[in-house]
Design a protein. Structure first.
Length: 201
C-alpha cells in the first residue's frame, strides 16, 4: 500500500488527477460507468472531428449540437456530467457560460413528456391478475405483480428479491432491498408490506 501511494506521489499532476478520478469513478454503478464512458467517447470524437480540445467552450458547443440533433435533456445532462467528470482538470462545471448554456437548453427542451401513461390503479391490477392463468407459474406471476404494486418496486428490485430477504409477520412482511437505482452504494433498506385485506376485483 505504501508503495502504491509513493507511486502516485511520483506521478505528474495530470496523472495523479486521472488516478484520483479513476478511483472516484469506482463509486458509480456499472450502468453509470458505461453511460459516462460512452458519452465521453462521443464527446472526444466530436472534438477530434472539429479540431478542438476539452474546455467549457467546446463542451457547451457539443451540448448545443446534441440539442440541435434532437437529443433529450436527459441525454444532454448525462453528456455534460460525463465530460465534466472525466475531464475535471480541464472543464469547470461552475463556469458562467456552462451554467447559462444548461439553463438555456433546459428552458428550450424541458417539456411535458409525450404520451405520458396514467398511473396503474388497484382496479386495473385486479383485472390484470384475474387474466393470469392458474397454476404454479400463474401464482408466481400474480405474487410478483401484487408485490411490485404494493411496494412500488422497480423491475430490477423485484428481480433481486430472494426468499432470504423476506421476513413474514402477522401484520404482513418486511422485505430487504439490498441495492437499487437510488442506493448505488448498496447500503440497502427495508420496506414493510402490510396486510390490507382482499383486493377488490
Amino acid at each position: 500500500m505504501v508503495g502504491e501511494v509513493t507511486d502516485l506521489v511520483l506521478h505528474s499532476h495530470a496523472d495523479l488527477s486521472a488516478a484520483v478520478h479513476a478511483v472516484a469513478l469506482d463509486a458509480k454503478s456499472d450502468n453509470t460507468k458505461r453511460a459516462y464512458h460512452g458519452a465521453n467517447k462521443r464527446y472526444m470524437s466530436w472534438l477530434e472531428l472539429h479540431g478542438l480540445t476539452p474546455s467549457v467552450e467546446s463542451l457547451s458547443a457539443w451540448l448545443v449540437n446534441l440539442a440541435g440533433h434532437g437529443a433529450s435533456m436527459s441525454t444532454i445532462n448525462v453528456g455534460k456530467a460525463a465530460a465534466v467528470y472525466l475531464n475535471a482538470s480541464l472543464i469547470d462545471s461552475r463556469h458562467p457560460l456552462m451554467r447559462d448554456v444548461m439553463a438555456g437548453l433546459e428552458r428550450k427542451l424541458s417539456v411535458a413528456p409525450k404520451g405520458a401513461k396514467d398511473a396503474l390503479v388497484s382496479s386495473s391490477i385486479g383485472a390484470l391478475i384475474t387474466a393470469i392463468p392458474s397454476g404454479l407459474t400463474g401464482a408466481r406471476d400474480r405474487a410478483i405483480i401484487l408485490l411490485g404494486f404494493a411496494g412500488a418496486y422497480r423491475r430490477s428490485e423485484l428481480c433481486a428479491i430472494t426468499l432470504a430477504d423476506i421476513d413474514f409477520e402477522q401484520r404482513g412482511m418486511r422485505i430487504i432491498t439490498r441495492k437499487s437505482k437510488t442506493d448505488q452504494r448498496g447500503v440497502g433498506y427495508e420496506k414493510a408490506i402490510l396486510r390490507t385485506g382482499e383486493l377488490q376485483l
